[in-house]
Design a protein around this ligand. Structure first.
Ligand code: TPP
Length: 589
């Protein structure tokens, strides 16, 4: 028997040809159903590109114009597919340029795996051009950073990379492949070439909350007079929307979200009270939180923005704070919790719902919930004035309203920092099920949206894509307009053109007595840049032009760039809680 088994293995081994390290790497990626890699070519990546060429059409390579963009593409792809996003770059400048996307993904719990090809091991320490200690470079912005020094170790290291990226709190991983490891030839043993199916998607190895703690949670929640559910990005990563809405509906509990938690319930759901925090908040959502006696935070880090520098919720002895997070390090980190539940949001809520249903009948919305809804209706009624505003330059509200009217089910909307953030948080109305709003909230790095549209396209090839960005962001990512054009990606690009780093200029007005310093651009003609890269481009100054241009863009199957001249933040403060408060204090002086 033993002899037979050995023979089978020998046969399997013999049936393989010699392979290079690069070929084994590509084969291992296929074991994880990797269908696309975003990257930029370089001297050290030639062996990898040859292996990718030979593997066609199994893995598509998407050439970006900048490694930062490639990492943003992988990030957006991962957010939408729930599969790890893969990006690659060559030694030296490549890893240096890819830092922003890797850091954003890691801090936002998104599994991005960065593969860097590196100088040969034989050149280590000898002033080889592009030599860089990229293992150390990525240590502080990944869950794991490593150099593979022996091609035989590629299969096990790739498995470790996927396992680490997708399990626990998902995050980024970096692996460096020295050129001689990529080129080294050997005959792999078939038994070693396999992937772990659990780690093809994330979160891998989801954990349930402990039964005892869930019983206590059900007790607190059903006994609450004014419970409020507060949703962070973690609930979206966990795809907990259905179970959260079932729980909220059973208990008739209002639900508020952070910016990253947006979309967990449909915007018109009678219990969806809107966005909390400093940036783009809904006043009725804040009211709900402050009046709540049991606040149930789900997948929410309770950081500076969602809590307005930890001032919301205000301390009250009769208030209970309960937090569910898959990362135990987050539990009770910023507020004193009454109860902390370590576990995956979807599984915890599914289990909780069974317990809650056993304790109480389905409830009707209370008078308090009705009053929140009345404030919410009033808020949207008042907003109509700005949605219809004929101001020139255009109000951001008018632009978002024009967008909302055209968003259909399955749309993917991606936003940058600057003007779009507070207005999207406050006024965006997603077009129904399967729509997603994506925004990089850990670092808010300008220049995310345009490359992220490329990643989104490969995640959802038939989706209607919309990107929103200021002129500061455009300056940082304009090169990827060529990528959108080359790949013919059907995206509507909305450029908030106010000729300034408007966000910072507004801060200078608020806190530096209007001493404007190094914030203004020359206006230029950005539409011509887009046109030069092969996009359709339209300049928009008036409400009539806005509607006509939006119609054209939304009926196009090619990328369309709308250069919309917009009011800067300095002229009309956006809905940022701390800014409005500062302005109020200043005017009272
Ligand atoms: C890479 C990066 N550098 C600097 C910042 C700081 N920052 C935040 S908002 C902002 C201005 C944004 O300007 P723009 O994109 O033109 O949008 P606007 O505020 O004018 O709408 C800057 C510079 C940042 N978020 N990201």
């Amino acid at each position: 028997m033993l002899v037979n088994r050995v023979n089978i293995l020998k046969l399997q081994t013999e049936s393989r040809e010699k392979m290079t390290g690069a070929q084994i790497l590509v084969e291992m990626l296929q074991q994880y159903d990797v269908d696309v890699i975003f990257g930029v070519p370089g001297d050290t990546s030639v062996p990898l590109y040859e292996a990718l060429y030979d593997s066609r059409p199994k893995i598509r390579h998407v050439m970006a114009r900048d490694e930062r963009s490639a990492s943003f593409m992988a990030d957006a792809y991962a957010r939408l597919t729930h599969k790890p996003g893969i990006c690659e770059c060559p030694s030296g400048a490549g890893p240096l340029y890819s830092v922003p996307g890797v850091a954003e993904a890691n801090a936002s719990s998104i599994p991005v795996i960065l593969l860097t090809s590196d100088i040969p091991l034989s050149g280590e320490g000898k002033q080889t051009i592009t030599e860089l200690d990229c293992q150390s470079l990525f240590e502080s912005i990944t869950k794991w950073s490593s150099i593979i020094k022996d091609a035989h170790k590629i299969p096990e290291t790739i498995r470790r990379a996927f396992r680490i990226a997708t399990s626990g709190r998902p995050g980024a991983v970096h692996l460096a492949f020295p050129q001689d490891v990529l080129m080294g030839e050997f005959t792999p043993n078939d038994r070693l070439i396999y992937g772990e199916s659990e780690c093809r998607t994330y979160p891998a190895y989801r954990t349930r909350g402990s039964r005892h703690v869930l019983e206590m949670l059900a007790e607190h929640l059903t006994a609450a007079r004014r419970p409020v559910i507060i949703i962070g990005g973690g609930a979206n990563h966990s795809q907990a929307g259905k179970s959260i809405s079932a729980l909220a509906e059973w208990l008739a509990t209002p639900v508020v979200t952070t910016i990253s938690g947006q979309g967990i319930l449909p915007d018109d759901h009678p219990l969806a009270m809107g966005v909390i925090g400093d940036n783009g908040f809904h006043p009725h959502a804040h009211r709900a939180v402050e009046a709540g006696d049991v606040l149930l935070y789900i997948g929410c880090k309770m950081g500076s923005v969602s809590t307005i520098n930890w001032s919301m919720p205000a301390y009250r002895t009769d208030r209970q704070i309960i937090q569910i997070d898959l990362n135990p390090e987050m539990l009770g980190n910023n507020f004193q919790n009454t109860l902390s539940v370590a576990g995956d949001a979807r599984l915890v809520i599914e289990d909780l719902l069974i317990l809650v249903k056993g304790k109480t009948k389905q409830r009707e919305p209370s008078a308090w919930v009705e009053s929140l809804n009345a404030s919410r209706a009033e808020f949207w009624q008042i907003a109509e004035d700005d949605f219809r505003s004929d101001d020139i330059p255009l109000k951001p509200q008018r632009i978002i309203a024009a967008l909302n009217r055209r968003l259909t089910s399955g749309a993917i909307v991606i936003s940058d920092a600057g003007t779009p953030t507070p207005y999207m948080a406050r006024f965006l109305k997603m077009g129904g099920s399967d729509s997603r709003f994506i925004i990089p909230r850990s670092y808010g790095g300008l220049g995310y949206a345009i490359p992220a549209l490329v990643g989104a396209h490969f995640a959802r090839p038939r989706a209607r894509l919309v990107g929103l960005f200021g002129d500061g962001s455009l300056g940082m990512s304009a090169g990827e307009l060529e990528t959108l054009s080359r790949l013919g990606i059907p995206a509507v690009l909305i450029h908030f053109n106010n000729s300034t780093f408007g966000w910072i200029k507004a801060l200078q007005k608020l806190h530096s007595q209007g001493k404007y310093f190094s914030v203004d651009f020359t206006p230029g003609r950005p539409a011509l840049v887009a046109e030069g890269f092969g996009l359709k481009a339209l300049e928009v100054k008036t409400p009539t032009e806005l509607d006509a241009a939006m119609d054209k863009a939304f009926s196009s199957t090619a990328p369309v760039f709308l250069d919309v001249i917009t009011q800067p933040e300095v002229d009309h403060l956006p809905p940022v809680y701390s800014w409005l408060e500062a302005a109020e204090k200043a005017s009272a002086r």
